[in-house]
Write a protein that binds this ligand. Structure first.
Ligand code: DAT
Ligand code: MG
Length: 153
């Protein structure tokens, strides 16, 4: 049986927030059929962002990336559904917006790799780590939208 309870961590970055793209990005996941499990509007401190991107700490863009991510509000979310980690990456497009196809979030709304408006987990394991880094267990809402009976067979 396919796992309809897979979860991914998606976060609108400060540039996406400033540009009013929270609803547009949420819409892409919602209309595909995925279920929102958690979201919040917040400003993160530098240490929290540095930990989120710790795997990239040797990259030369790491300090600038962490600085920009901590200078404005972000909108972290958890979305749930079958294959949502991989599909989330497809909805996002490539890391470099100039290599992203039209129709994807990054392909439609941004130009620069360092201002690519939205984060998405790259594996089920990193999704688990990122979800627990950004959300308390009590913030993850256990619910079953009735429309799920029309999304899964
Ligand atoms: P992704 O966000 O697609 O998972 P990543 O994990 O490799 O990409 O990098 C995290 C973020 O760091 C990415 O969304 C934008 C930034 N970044 C990646 N490569 C970069 C580069 N060469 N120059 C500037 N910023 C970069
Ligand atoms: Mg990544």
């Amino acid at each position: 049986m396919a796992d309809n309870t897979e979860r991914t961590f998606i976060m609108v970055k400060p540039d996406g927030v400033e540009r009013g793209l929270i609803p547009e990005i949420m819409k892409r996941f919602q209309r595909k059929g995925y279920k929102l499990v958690a979201s919040k509007f917040m400003k993160s401190d530098l240490a929290h962002i540095q930990e989120h991107y710790v795997d990239l700490k040797e990259k030369k863009f790491y300090p600038g990336l962490c600085k920009y991510m901590s200078e404005g509000p972000v909108f972290p979310m958890v979305w749930e559904g079958q294959d949502v980690v991989r599909q989330g990456r497809i909805l996002l497009g490539e890391t470099d917006p100039l290599k992203s196809k039209p129709g994807t979030i990054r392909g439609d709304f941004c130009i620069c790799i360092g201002r690519n408006i939205c984060h998405g987990s790259d594996s089920v394991d990193s999704a688990k780590k990122e979800i627990s880094h950004w959300f308390k267990k009590t913030e993850l809402v256990d619910w079953g939208p009735t429309e799920n009976t029309w999304i899964y067979e």
